[in-house]
Ligand binder design. Structure first.
Ligand code: PLP
Length: 381
């Protein structure tokens, strides 16, 4: 049985062309980009070429791109690095941020900062009136993600950014789930900083970047040899950075055809889900063309995930199951979704290799699995 992968928001496979671009740097081109001989020079040129590719994808200058080990590090660098040069004030983040924004923001509260979570509405859209309310208090940093990893709901970051700027705050967006799926233009978003990660758009794991407005000051989180203009020390992961650049270039060239193709598959899936009586979270909001977060009433999301995996389909569940007593995802709780429904949440995320036939097979498998689980449940009650 071959497995079908519908979990592209967790990570994507490395594109063949990306792998090809990386291979020379894993074999003979092994130089350290800081070395002053021929090997080093070639590695440096490769890193700088990748910086240009990433910059082109976001319509910025290469000097604005700081390479990191991924999205987590870039978010930490911004939140902690920007706060270090600001007077302690409020940090306002949306109620649905990824934990790698939430945790560093919580850390700031130990240094005289206050943390304000900005509400979202029932569709998972950031409530701009609540942001206005938050900004009545002196605010140093605002962070609102561009697209949510679970619901795929796209936020109006430009409007949030305008408000943050007017209030004198630095504006950041975690665009990890958006880049490669929708057009992302740094300047149009009205942000001072933006995070992206290569492995979410067919690049390698362990490569990402913080893209910044050149005027902002950041305190590095890793001190050392002064790499990345002193903002991120550590020998560059040249093969991963080269792969990141290749993935960025491919994403830019592919976007116009990929997004509508995925949107058509998404629509096909959601029609089928509706026929099965599923609730689609964030329906009605503008969402990524690849993401559908849904629940079947009375059905446990974890159980569905496990049963679907057994019949060859890889999806994600929405519950935080780190404790004995599972809780619905924080995103759904912030959206006001009932606990009982939230515990049924399953995340389905499409990628470039998925087909209509796979979506149809998935819908059939889901119907069968759900029927079996319902029968089992009825027998045990
Ligand atoms: N931000 C969002 C919204 C994500 O979905 C993820 C990954 O799941 C990250 C940040 C972390 O990125 P990375 O895996 O590159 O550390």
């Amino acid at each position: 049985m071959s497995h079908v992968y519908f979990d592209h928001n967790a990570t994507t496979p490395v594109d063949d062309a990306v792998l090809e671009a990386m291979l020379p740097y894993l074999r003979d081109q092994h130089g350290n980009a800081s070395s002053r001989h021929e090997f080093g020079t070639r590695a440096r040129q490769a890193v700088e070429a990748a910086r240009e590719q990433v910059a082109a994808l976001l319509n910025v200058q290469p000097v604005q791109v700081i390479f990191t080990s991924g999205g987590t590090e870039a978010n930490n660098l911004f939140v902690k690095g920007a706060a270090a040069y600001l007077k302690p004030a409020q940090i306002a983040i949306s109620a649905i941020e990824h934990s790698c924004v939430v945790k560093p923001a919580q850390e700031l509260t130990r240094q005289a900062w206050t943390l304000r979570r900005v509400a979202v509405d029932g569709r998972g859209q950031v409530d701009l009136a609540d942001l206005d309310d938050a900004l009545k208090v002196p605010t140093g940093i605002v962070s609102v993600m561009l697209a949510n990893n679970e619901t795929g709901v796209i936020q109006d970051v430009a409007l949030a950014g305008e408000r943050a700027r007017r209030a004198g705050a630095l504006m950041h967006t975690d665009a990890v789930q958006a880049v490669g799926k929708i057009p992302v233009d740094f300047a149009a978003l009205q942000v001072h900083a933006l995070t992206l990660s290569a492995h979410k758009f067919y690049g390698p794991k362990g490569a990402g970047a913080l893209v910044i407005d050149k005027r902002i000051e950041l305190r590095p989180q890793l001190g050392g040899g002064g790499h990345e203009r002193g903002l991120r020390s550590g020998t560059e992961n040249v093969p991963a950075i080269v792969g990141f650049g290749a993935a960025a270039e491919l994403a830019a060239s592919r976007l116009a055809t990929l997004a509508p193709r995925l949107a058509a598959l998404q629509q096909r899936l959601e029609q089928g889900l509706t026929a099965l009586g599923a609730v689609v979270f964030g329906a009605g909001a503008t969402r990524l063309p690849n993401t559908t977060f849904f629940a079947l009433r009375g059905m446990d999301g974890e159980a569905l995930l496990i049963e679907l995996d057994k019949v060859g389909f890889a999806v994600a569940s929405g519950a935080a199951c780190s404790s004995a007593n599972p809780e619905p995802s924080a995103t759904l709780t912030a959206m006001g979704v009932e606990r009982e429904i939230g515990l049924g949440a399953v995340r389905f995320s499409l990628g470039k290799s998925n087909t209509a036939e796979q979506v149809d097979d998935f819908l059939r498998a889901l119907a069968t699995v759900a029927q079996r689980l319902r029968k089992l449940k009825a027998m045990t009650v």
